[in-house]
Design a protein around this ligand. Structure first.
Ligand code: 13P
Length: 258
């Protein structure tokens, strides 16, 4: 039986301004009870411009919701117009940062090398990376989804010391299942998540791999979360669209009741 605490994280993507963020987090906080937080870690990943407002609310009301960013610069400071650094996110007391989301790989040409540099930047500043990996439709159709995803895991974790790797969160998000309503079958998701754990065991040790949380992401909703969470190597979900609806996200957190 796994001792890993499930992590349900809402990736808001480029949705909800800072005022909407406050209202949304208040709704989540009102609905979630201590027993929810005992069973599941709950996090939101708002846009950068919302983070200060979310921090103020979480600190002021002593909420148990964690929060983080959707990206981080590989650099600490300097002439990198438009980027946000690890020290800035640490100052906002972010717990998590998503790195290498497929939308960043696709629209911002992020490579495994850059993703790896960002993972290291996150650890340097005390942030926990949620390293996102997953294949495009053509790759799955060609039957190369496992090797493709494992190469991204290996690239993202390159030269990362074990004491850091043991706290990393990996999010397996098949690109063809993101925002499409096409959820990856629970057993198909399990196949890749088990392979990811196997790769981490090969890179580090079985003991370390058993500690790492692996999330599934891609069209997760209240209606399909229980089946996904029933898989042995899936320890949570990275939720896009459904996390924008507070009631739906609360139901996802309560996957055991669905
Ligand atoms: O990309 C995702 C989360 O990071 C998944 O998005 P959807 O849940 O909207 O498919």
């Amino acid at each position: 039986m796994s001792t890993r605490t499930p992590l349900m994280a809402g990736n808001w993507k480029m949705n909800l301004n800072h005022l909407e963020a406050i209202a949304h987090v208040q709704k989540l906080a009102f609905a979630l009870a201590d027993k929810d937080y005992e069973a599941v870690e709950v996090a939101v990943l708002p846009p950068f411009t919302d983070l200060r407002s979310v921090q103020t609310l979480v600190d002021g009301d002593k909420l148990k919701i964690k929060y983080g960013a959707q990206d981080i610069s590989a650099h600490d400071s300097g002439a990198f117009t438009g980027e946000i650094s690890g020290p800035m996110l640490a100052k906002l007391k972010c717990t998590y940062v998503a790195i290498g989301h497929s939308e960043r790989r696709q629209y911002h040409a992020e490579t495994d090398e850059l993703v790896n540099a960002k993972v290291k930047a996150a650890y340097k500043h005390g942030l926990t990376p949620i390293l996102c990996v997953g294949e495009e439709l053509e790759v799955r159709e060609a039957g190369n989804h496992v090797s493709h995803t494992l190469a991204q895991v290996e690239g993202g974790l390159k030269d990362l010391p074990a004491e850091q790797a043991e706290t990393v969160v990996i999010a397996y998000e098949p690109v063809w299942a993101i925002g499409t309503g096409k959820v990856c079958g629970a057993e198909d998701a399990q196949e890749v998540c088990a392979a990811i754990r196997g790769k981490i065991a090969e890179l580090y040790s079985q003991d370390l791999a058993d500690k790492v949380r692996i999330q599934y992401g891609g069209s997760v909703k209240a209606g399909n979360v229980a089946e996904i969470m029933a898989q042995a190597d899936i320890d949570g979900a990275l939720v896009g669209g459904a996390s924008l609806d507070a009631d739906e996200f609360v139901k996802i957190v309560r996957f055991r009741d669905q």
